[in-house]
Design a protein around this ligand. Structure first.
Ligand SMILES: Nc1nc2c(ncn2[C@@H]2O[C@H](COP(=O)(O)OP(=O)(O)OP(=O)(O)O)[C@@H](O)[C@H]2O)c(=O)[nH]1
Ligand SMILES: [Mg+2]
Length: 340
């Protein structure tokens, strides 16, 4: 961040970092444009903000009159416990995995470039759902320009490769480079896993840089059953992503994906109850480790969050029915009764 920015601008930037909905992100960008001090030192950032506003506006409403594109937005509204994007070279089996994991009807083809638009779907895991977005491939020849916008709401990425295709040794570095050009960094840094620092460049601290914790999904294990293949590959690539070996064809290894994402993203399920009524144990609200009773209340209803005085809780770190304040940290499986 450049020096000499005002507290108002810092606040707007912080709000932008936290915003997930495209519309909310656009509002935050406009607030950044309004509050950024207009001097030489911020010229570059001012230009960046303008470009982002233009791109996102077009993404949400279609280009101004005379523009080429009109049609559906490529940005998919996050739903469920987290949004995870499928990234990878052509023909690796991203859509096949999407179909198997979410039951979608995403297009599968025996040839590259079968997928042209983002396809949402939900992966069930225990009593929650994780959103999975199928995307077109990224290659040396081609990357849809809108992929940059489509990835902004994602919490994480699954980097899918064809284990049996030696070309992935060139494809993976190309994908990482193409995304890095757009300030999107696929990192090894999952909140719930202890992985070493991947040594990302310092410029990734830029407000527009997007760091997506990434799991390498080595697909088509049915074609190459050597269980050590993926490690050899990571060594050759010089990468240290956590890796899962799977087959979309046989279903092998697919069961582990939900559990992996749940743990690595530190998803926390919190059940709610209304005073005097039984607990609603079928539909948890989901937050992340480090979130509080107030964060849960926000998901229930804005008004409830605003009027929240205390909660009664059952679960970890509390005795049954203990009264806690809005700042109390929640744990997976907790039950809360919110009091206005
Ligand atoms: N043997 C085998 N074939 C697979 C597996 N997964 C996908 N395939 C095949 O690989 C080809 C490509 O699959 P897609 O799911 O369309 O691949 P994609 O990554 O979505 O491809 P693009 O949309 O072009 O990027 C198809 O012929 C699939 O049937 C697998 O686990 N094993
Ligand atoms: Mg596809």
């Amino acid at each position: 961040m450049p020096t000499n920015v005002t507290p108002d601008y810092k606040k707007a930037e912080e709000a932008f970092r936290n915003a997930r909905e495209p519309k909310e992100r656009l509002e935050c960008l406009k607030e950044m444009a309004r509050t950024i001090p207009k001097h030489k030192g911020t010229e570059h950032l001012q230009a960046d903000i303008k470009t982002r506003i233009k791109q996102l506006t077009e993404e949400l409403t279609g280009p101004k009159k005379g523009g080429k594109r009109s049609g559906p937005s490529h940005v998919i509204r996050p739903e469920g416990a987290a949004q995870v994007a499928l990234i990878g070279p052509p023909n690796a089996g991203k859509s096949s995995l999407h179909v198997k994991l979410t039951g979608s009807s995403s297009a599968i083809g025996p040839y590259p470039y079968s997928t042209h638009l983002p396809v949402p779907g939900m992966v069930p895991y225990e009593d929650i759902h994780i959103q999975l977005i199928d995307l077109p491939p990224i290659s040396a020849d081609f990357m849809e320009p809108w992929i940059v916008n489509a990835l902004q709401p994602a919490d994480a990425a699954m980097l899918v490769i064809d284990l049996a295709d030696p070309e992935c040794l060139e494809q993976v570095p190309t994908i990482l480079e193409r995304l890095a050009e757009k300030k999107i960094y696929l990192t090894t840094d999952w909140p719930g896993l202890n992985v070493q620092d991947s040594g990302e460049p310092a410029e990734s601290d830029d407000v527009f840089s997007l760091k997506l914790p990434t799991v390498l999904v080595a697909n088509k294990s049915d074609l190459d059953p050597d269980p050590e293949e993926v490690e050899v590959l990571e060594d050759l690539l010089g990468l240290r992503y956590p890796a899962l070996t799977v087959s979309a064809r046989t279903g092998d290894g697919l069961d582990e994906i939900g559990a992996f994402l749940f743990k690595a993203l530190e998803i926390v399920r919190v059940y709610t109850k209304t005073p005097g009524k039984p607990a609603e144990t079928d539909k948890p609200f989901t937050v992340r480790r480090g979130d509080t009773v107030l964060d849960v209340a926000r998901l229930v209803h804005k008004d409830i969050a605003e009027g929240l005085k205390f909660a009664r809780m059952w679960g970890t770190d509390v005795y049954d029915g203990q009264q806690v304040g809005p700042d109390h940290l929640v744990s997976d499986g907790d039950l809360v009764e919110l009091h206005q």
